[in-house]
Design a protein around this ligand. Structure first.
Ligand code: ADP
Ligand code: ZN
Length: 714
């Protein structure tokens, strides 16, 4: 067995050489070394927190093959592809493989030629698989999405229950169970069902600090709001829009497409081929929006989803948190945006009343919906409330949700609520919100009035006592009264509302109500991530993405499997000039450096030169040159890349502040040859000339020569 020190350094070595990351995050190091040394672990970590490395690194450090249990076929394939890109010997076994393919993988496993084997839980329990495992050397078991073992949870998988067999059958092999969603009850269930009583618990909480939560009301214009939101903040970026019904999915996808966006529908009514196709496009192409029913997203591991938008209310906070959690796995800023209205609240309440479930189950569901509605209507920090729901306390308001950023105005709604409730009561608890608002407003003409007269309601004391508020304001108030449980919606589905027990103290004036005011739609200043990425050099950013896309298409893998956005962003920012410099960027391990390093460097050199540095930084390099420093010395002193320094010097030459021979010594003959080479090609790209001379001249030198030629011809 390895000692702690050597296991830590072996793990550190794998982190850097295989994955290209500098250091472990949060509790990763502790989890990894615990596992390497043979301990069991239960890991609670938010999505995007870096759970995978917690078992992938021990899998590479410990001898034998790691068995990774994962419930989602699509996710397995992505993870295995990503691992293979890093040179890891990983494969998967699930129902999507042909018999031949499965046989090949099994042989690799038997021969001990696999570092990691991903397996679907139902497969794991088959006698054939158990025999195979008995005959092989296993380094560890990882049980991903461990909350699937919980019967009360939202993703219950019966096959997970049987996973306790692993402990009975292979008691000496370490196990790690991981999840991003488990309240305390679920945690206890995981421990008992998987027999993890001796496991160490690592709890990183559930917070997703990079996600900005925003929930707004609408008066039936949610689509418009969505369009504004996407165009203002996420144009050309990938996102998911959730709707409740298939029809709405189709509608919204079509409408967004008509507005010039690339939006694809996804729901159970489409053929499985088409669904698959749309999902693939979403994964592989940049900037695709998926419009989906809630069924979409399990197993979507795409790291660069920049927004998740809800056009319907989720049924519970668990569902909301899981769906919004698909945004921003890469840790970069992302939005969870929702717009909801009176009709959403009524529909959900009705669906619940009509549910055929047992009373005990219904009670649970009612509580879940109440909590969700409470989250929507609250006026304090949403993140605090979300985390509290998962038993995860956050001491201070977050500063990154709508309520923190633009605190909503509230008003004392006690009197208005009394009027509304008593209007419900006086009209016999048989009418819907629209009619009740008409009575409160005292509408006195047209068909509406005829209807009011028909019931004799124009003689009631509540008729016309609500003129101080607008129709929209009354509707908002009714929504809040329904959401808050002071009014209930009828069972039959006509949308009429009744008083609940809770309404009594409000009606009698014993309880006062403070509610949020309808928000004026404000322009948000959220910048697009890609805009802040491109760091002034949008062309290089685009060129890098284009190059990545080509490589991904060649291999039939999603673009992010080649490099993440954050890695490309670092390339733009640091403009590395050598493989060694490139290899220092986070997310570039040895295998990827070897496979892609050269070609990305070429793109950087080709397009990196387009950026125009600020005058004072150019001047600083020129001053150092005048003081007698070589370009390389200037680069060291200023902590810039050599190419950047040459760029400064080239600008100096172009502006006649210095001469070419202040920078480099080139004999006249070579200079003529270079000049001829530049003249021969159209444009003034450096790469063809660089190649023509077989790399004899640095890009930086060529940059300066080109500058001298420009000056000569000007
Ligand atoms: P989870 O499974 O918890 O949702 P992942 O394992 O997919 O999260 O990790 C999320 C992202 O963070 C991935 O892009 C991963 O490569 C990256 N990541 C994880 N650990 C580190 C680390 N120590 N340094 C840099 N990036 C990391
Ligand atoms: Zn907040």
């Amino acid at each position: 067995m390895l000692s702690t020190d050597s296991s830590t350094s072996a793990a550190q070595q794998v982190l850097q050489s295989v994955f290209g990351y500098e250091s472990f995050r949060n509790q990763q190091a502790a989890i990894v070394s615990h596992l390497v040394e043979g301990g069991d672990a239960l890991v609670l970590m938010p999505t995007g927190g870096g759970k995978s490395l917690c078992f992938q690194i021990p899998a590479l450090v410990r001898p034998g093959t790691a068995i990774v249990v994962s419930p989602l076929i699509a996710l397995m394939r992505d993870q295995v592809q990503a691992l293979q890109q890093n040179g890891v010997r990983a494969e998967y076994l699930n129902s999507s493989l042909s018999a031949d393919e499965a046989f090949r993988v099994e042989s690799l496993f038997r021969q001990g030629d696999l570092d990691m084997l991903y397996v679907a839980p139902e497969r794991l329990m088959m006698p054939r698989m158990l025999e195979l495992m008995d005959a092989s050397k296993i380094s560890l078991f990882a049980i991903d999405e461990a909350h699937c073992v919980s019967q009360w949870g939202h993703d219950f998988r019966p096959e997970y229950i049987q996973l306790s067999i692993l402990h009975e059958r292979y008691s000496a092999i370490p196990r790690i169970a991981l999840t991003a969603t488990a309240d305390q009850a679920t945690q206890r269930e995981i421990i008992s069902r998987l027999d993890l009583h001796d496991a160490l618990l690592f709890n990183d909480g559930f917070d997703r600090p990079n996600i900005r939560y925003r929930i707004s009301e609408n008066q039936g214009n949610a689509r418009e709001q969505l369009k504004r939101f996407i165009l203002n903040e996420h144009e050309g970026e990938a996102g998911i829009v959730y709707c409740l019904s298939r029809r709405k999915v189709e509608d919204v996808a079509e409408w967004l497409t008509a507005q010039g966006m690339c939006a694809l529908p996804y729901h159970a009514g489409l053929s499985s081929d088409l669904r698959e196709h749309h999902q693939e496009r979403f994964l592989r192409e940049d900037g695709v929006i998926i419009v989906a029913t809630i069924a979409f997203g399990m197993g979507i591991d795409k790291p660069d989803v920049r927004f998740v938008a809800h056009l319907s209310l989720p049924k519970s906070i668990e569902a909301y948190y899981q769906e919004t959690g698909r945004a921003g796995r890469d840790g970069l800023p992302a939005d969870a945006w929702m717009s909801y209205g009176l009709q959403d609240v009524i529909t959900l309440r009705q669906m619940q009343e009509q549910s055929q479930a047992e009373e005990s189950r219904k009670r649970v569901e009612r509580h879940k919906l109440d909590s969700m509605l409470g989250l929507c209507e609250m006026h304090s920090c949403r993140r605090q409330a979300l985390l509290r729901y998962f038993d995860d306390e956050m001491p201070e308001p977050c500063g990154n949700c709508d309520n923190c950023l633009t605190p909503p105005e509230t008003w004392d709604a006690s009197i208005a609520a009394q009027k509304a409730l008593s209007c419900v009561y006086r009209t016999g608890q048989r009418f819907g919100v629209n009619y009740l608002v008409d009575v409160l407003m005292g509408i006195a003409s047209g068909r509406v009035f005829e209807r009011i007269q028909q019931f004799g309601h124009e003689t009631l004391t509540v008729y016309g006592i609500g003129k101080e508020l607008s129709q929209g304001e009354w509707r908002t108030l009714f929504r809040q009264l329904i959401a808050g449980g002071w009014l209930s919606v009828d069972y039959e589905g006509h949308g009429s509302v009744r008083l609940t027990e809770a309404a009594r103290p409000v009606l009698k004036g014993e309880q006062s109500l403070t509610l949020r005011k309808m928000l004026k739609v404000s322009k948000s200043k959220n910048k697009k991530v890609s805009a802040s990425f491109s760091g002034g050099n949008g062309r290089l950013w685009d060129a890098l993405r284009e190059h990545r896309k080509r490589l991904a298409e060649e291999q039939g893998v999603p673009a992010y499997v080649i490099f993440h956005d954050a890695t490309l962003a670092a390339m733009v920012e640091r403009a590395p000039q050598t493989l060694e410099q490139l290899g220092r960027i986070s997310g570039i391990g040895e295998r990827k450096l070897e496979a892609y390093g050269e070609s990305f460097l070429e793109v950087i050199v080709e397009f990196g030169e387009e950026s125009s540095p600020k005058a004072d930084t150019v001047a600083e390099s020129l001053v150092l040159l005048a003081q007698g420093l070589e370009p390389l010395e200037i680069a060291h002193k200023r902590e810039l890349t050599l190419q950047t320094v040459y760029r400064h010097l080239a600008l100096g030459i172009e502006r006649e502040e210095i001469d070419l021979d202040d920078v480099v010594e080139i004999d006249a003959k070579s200079l003529r040859a270079l000049a001829a080479a530049f003249e021969q090609q159209e444009g003034s790209a450096l790469k063809p000339v660089y190649e023509l001379f077989d790399g004899e001249y640095d890009y930086g030198v060529l940059d300066c020569v080109r500058a001298a030629m420009k000056r000569a011809s000007a």
